[in-house]
Structures are given as C-alpha cells and as structure tokens.
Design a protein. Structure first.
Length: 135
C-alpha cells in the first residue's frame, strides 16, 4: 500500500501494489485516513492497476463503517476515482455507492481519466458511475 496526499488540491491517492491481503488493505487505509486532518474534505483516487489481490466484500463493508464514523456525512458529494480494469471491480460498481453512500464513485481504466474527472475536466466515459445517496 502506498499513500500520497496533496493538501492544496485536497486529494489522496492510494495505490494497491502486488498481492496484498484485503484485511491488510482495509486496516492500512483506516489507519492512514485517521491521520489526515478533515479527511472528509478530500477526493480520493484508488489506483489498483498493479494490484494482484482480492478485497472481500465483508472487508469493504468494514472500511465503509469505519469511514462513516470518521466522516459523519461531512463528505457528501466528494469524489472517489477507482483506477482498474479488473472485472470484479467493474462487477461491483453498483455496490460501491450503496456501501459508501455519501461519495460519488466512478471507475476508470486510465489514471489520467480519473484525475481529470476529479479535477472537473472529464475527458472520457467512466467504466461505471453513480451519484451519492443521502443516508
């Protein structure tokens, strides 16, 4: 897991690299997010292009519960761009907004398209998309 943070742009990039266990990913992300001041104001890019593992849906649910505790709904409408061509990630596309209802989540094959979308300069059709839902 690799994290980078741009406070000026309010953007966090999380890279899953190699064969990382799903529980390790969730624990690492949760620990990192707790260290960021006002993390709910940040858009997030999740770069899974070099990820060879699998994150069980139960682990995503655990992360969603931890995130809801941290953000307390203050992240409504913030964006998450997932960069992946993994068929499982695409198959789960409709479940992500239900799991993270305050976020706008889209999946892109290329990093540049995800970055452009985060910046409001949409250049390509995302692989999947949905809007936030108030909980």
């Amino acid at each position: 897991l690799n994290f980078s943070q741009n406070d000026e742009q309010k953007r966090i990039t999380i890279r899953y690299i190699g064969d990382v266990d799903g529980q390790e990913i969730v624990n690492g992300i949760a620990r990192y997010l707790e260290t960021v001041g006002e993390v709910w104001l940040y858009d997030i890019i999740i770069d899974m292009r070099r990820f060879e593992g699998f994150v069980p849906f139960d682990e995503l649910g655990r992360l969603a519960r931890q995130w809801a505790t941290i953000a307390q709904g203050r992240d409504m409408g913030r964006k998450v761009a997932i960069i992946s061509q993994d068929p499982l990630v695409l198959a789960r596309a409709k479940a992500y907004p239900v799991t993270f209802p305050t976020r706008v989540i889209r999946i892109f094959a290329d990093m540049i398209d995800g970055e452009n979308w985060i910046e409001g300069k949409e250049t390509a059709t995302p692989a999947a998309q949905d809007a936030p839902r108030a909980s």
